[in-house]
Design a protein around this ligand. Structure first.
Ligand code: CTP
Length: 319
């Protein structure tokens, strides 16, 4: 056990060392970072060879009907049916149709955001993407509050809203959704089996209370397409995280992409502890073989793109 622990610690130190090396070499947290238009354009072009984010961001109404059988993306042998509620909430046109923004922020959920005072800076972007219905109200100084698109893995309903077991939890969930008025709620409903009931409960509430949000359900090919893109670029990702999915898709709609809250390490560059999520007590799991993600590898990839001027990774207080 001692050896395994030591190995894990060494791996973490190794990851952080690489980041610090990047800091020293390439101005990793340099304030004078400039976006290189050529980098951004060629990245977008290459990604478009694998997916069309405008289309793949959501299945559209015309393509399915209630009762249709869907095979889960990761559990191919398991199926689910398109419910009446889900059908009603499928968009008729892509929620991102013809949308282009100059500056976009993608907010990951790392505790590195705590005490960052990045809130106003995040909110100053033209389009703000958040992940997994992460709370903003109590943390707005560090994370901002504006949201144009927010993701919701079905597991969030259980993890953050106690499976809506009581009226109180239903009300909390509804309040969170109401606070998103006009935004896109992106629900990966067909990725892995086990979440269908949670999705259904959420959709029922949205319809029952006519919540003013625009739902979207990613296409069945999106995940494989994103994974394929990164694989051909020699980034061997088991299962892309929500953050990487959002970044990959945002290249289609945004000229400048700024990432906040991406830091999959338990220590900051100064060696101080960093919470896995800024808002809960979840622990780091990526070192376990059961974790579907390879976050440090994703982080290194994003750091490289930062150095090349294709994106901007913000990891310090208003760097
Ligand atoms: N993230 C990060 N460092 C952390 C926590 C999160 O870089 N310590 C980024 C990841 O890209 C992640 C995103 O922030 O996808 C949102 O965080 P979270 O809600 O934790 O995502 P996951 O639980 O990993 O959800 P998923 O399995 O959908 O990726």
């Amino acid at each position: 056990f001692g050896f395994v622990t030591l190995l894990v610690v060494l791996l973490i130190i190794d990851d952080i060392a690489e980041v610090e090396e990047e800091t020293a070499e390439g101005g990793y947290v340099s304030a004078a970072h400039c976006f290189l238009a050529q980098q951004v354009i060629s990245l977008r072009k290459n990604i478009l060879r694998f997916l069309d984010p405008e289309r793949d961001i959501s299945i559209l109404k015309g393509t399915l009907k209630p009762g249709d059988i869907i095979h889960y993306v990761f559990d191919r042998h398991s199926t689910t049916n398109i419910s009446e509620n889900l059908y009603r909430l499928l968009p008729t046109v892509s929620p991102m149709k013809n949308q282009h923004y100059r500056r976009c922020a993608i907010v990951g959920n790392s505790g590195i955001l705590l005490n960052s005072s990045c809130g106003p800076e995040i909110d100053s972007h033209d389009f703000v993407i958040r992940c997994n219905l992460a709370p903003v109200e109590e943390y707005f100084q560090d994370v901002g509050w504006r949201t144009n698109l927010v993701t919701m893995n079905p597991s969030v309903v259980q993890r953050a809203f106690q499976d809506l077991v009581s009226e109180e939890w239903k009300e909390r969930f509804l309040q969170r959704l109401r606070s998103l008025s006009g935004s896109v709620l992106w629900i990966p409903a067909f990725m892995a089996k086990g979440g269908e009931e949670r999705v259904e409960w959420a959709l029922r509430l949205i319809l029952l209370h006519t919540v003013d949000i625009r739902t979207a359900f990613p296409s069945l090919r999106l995940l494989h397409a994103v994974r394929g893109y990164w694989l051909t670029n020699n980034v061997h990702i088991k299962r892309p995280t929500t953050g990487l999915l959002m970044y990959t898709m945002a290249t289609r709609f945004c000229e400048e992409i700024h990432l906040y809250g991406f830091w999959p390490f338990p220590l900051n560059p100064q060696g101080k502890p960093v919470k896995y999520h800024y808002y809960d007590t979840l622990k780091y799991e990526y070192t376990s073989s059961s974790s579907p993600h390879t976050m440090p590898l994703e982080f290194r990839t994003l750091s490289t793109l930062h150095r090349q001027g294709a994106l901007r990774l913000h990891t310090g207080p208003q760097d």
